[in-house]
Design a protein around this ligand. Structure first.
Ligand SMILES: [Zn+2]
Length: 392
């Protein structure tokens, strides 16, 4: 239902796009790790403040989070989310600079009609998606209360309205053994490193029993102190993921923990297991996602609803999607199979012309979908009904 308001949002976005594209490149050139996104968060907040929007920063108790609100606080409310953290060594290889500026572009475009908005739009800066769980801290701070919808997009290798994501925890595994001279008196030692290695072996043996979609992958973060000492301490870190939070908590985590405990028993060492609570699986709101799809179609961008064969990861948007009707569509910044998140080539694409074009496509679709949530009571009601049914 295109209205004059939709046309004005489109026109305003067009006007702001050269500047928004520039911001995407500037953030791309200065990758910052989780909770250290000082440049990106301030840069985005400054651009929102420059069109007269009040920006709360810090927000929800996080220094690199922010929230710019516009419109009528008596009406319905939608949040468009920005992410902007990067990865160690490989920079913006998840393309969060594009997520950030799609939200910025949508915010600047919607600000042009803020006096006529029948509800409220929030442009929320959410730090530390890459392992920091910024959105979980914001949920705990109450930042998502009172929202009718939350939305963002994520760069990918094809256009999809939604994709499953995996529930995830991180398991920290710390072995303590007994040091001894590795040549002169190895019989007096108990190797913490052997405990770690046997944990990996047992996890590999357990894989065959896990349901499809389960992922357990780890690295050794401490492999010992010196080659001539039987390692007194050794540590590993595992990402443990499954299709649902329930299967993860009730089956996979206990199994992986038993592997570490069995390794400790076999090696005569002690093991300490620390669970770092991770992300829940994404519950896609297809009512809202299909509306987003209509605005892709309007820009001549063909898409699929989903792709069961596509590789999936985890995101703290999963947690948001379990408290607010949410969408997390994926939009391609390259041809299918050409590159994927967390690869060097994806970092290059996140700073490329095709990447910026996709960001613009996302900005317009997000802005118009958010506007519809405020204008269209039927859409809001259908999204809410779907959300309640999924929760039940
Ligand atoms: Zn990402």
């Amino acid at each position: 239902m295109p209205t004059a308001l939709h046309e004005r949002v489109r026109a305003a976005l067009k006007q702001h796009l050269p500047q928004v594209r520039q911001v995407a490149l500037e953030i791309h050139a200065r990758p910052e790790l989780r909770y250290e996104e000082f440049y990106a968060s301030q840069h985005l907040a400054d651009h929102l403040a420059a069109v007269g929007l009040p920006v709360e920063k810090p927000f929800g108790g996080l220094e690199t989070a922010f929230c710019a609100k516009m419109g009528n606080s008596a009406g319905p409310r939608v949040a468009i989310l920005a992410e902007y953290d990067a990865l160690p060594e490989i920079g913006h290889a998840c393309g969060h600079n594009l997520i950030a500026t799609a939200a910025l572009g949508a915010g600047l475009a919607l600000a042009s009609i803020r006096a006529e908005l029948p509800g409220e739009i929030w442009i929320m800066g959410t730090p530390a998606e890459e392992g920091g769980g910024g959105k979980i801290k914001l949920i705990e701070a109450g930042a998502f209360q009172g929202l009718d919808a939350a939305m963002m997009f994520h760069p990918f290798d094809q256009h999809l309205l939604g994709l499953d994501s995996l529930a995830m925890h991180v398991l920290q595994v710390d072995f303590k053994g007994q040091p001894s001279h590795a040549a002169a008196a190895p019989w007096d030692g108990k190797s913490a490193l052997t405990g770690v290695i046997q944990t990996f072996n047992l996890v590999d043996a357990a894989r065959v029993h896990f349901r499809d979609g389960t992922r357990v992958h780890g690295i050794i973060t401490n492999g010992g102190q010196a080659v001539n000492i039987i390692p007194e301490t050794a540590s590993a870190r595992f990402s443990v993921r499954a299709r649902t939070a329930t299967y993860l908590d009730e089956v996979v985590m206990p199994q992986v923990m038993r592997c570490a405990q069995a390794a400790a028993l076999a090696t005569g060492t002690e093991v300490t297991l620390t669970i770092e609570k991770g992300y829940k699986n994404v519950v896609n709101n297809w009512t809202l996602a299909r509306r987003f799809g209509q605005y892709l179609q309007a820009q001549d961008a063909p898409f699929l609803e989903s792709d069961p064969d596509s590789g999936i990861g985890s995101t703290d948007m999963g947690d948001v999607s379990q408290v607010v009707p949410s969408i997390h569509p994926y939009l391609g910044i390259c041809a299918k199979g050409e590159s994927l998140c967390h690869q060097h080539s994806f970092a290059r694409l996140a700073g490329s012309e095709p990447g910026l074009d996709t960001m613009a496509l996302a900005a317009e679709s997000l802005a118009l979908t958010a506007l519809d949530v405020l204008l269209d009571g039927d859409l809001r009601a259908a999204a809410k009904a779907e959300f309640e049914a999924q929760r039940a």
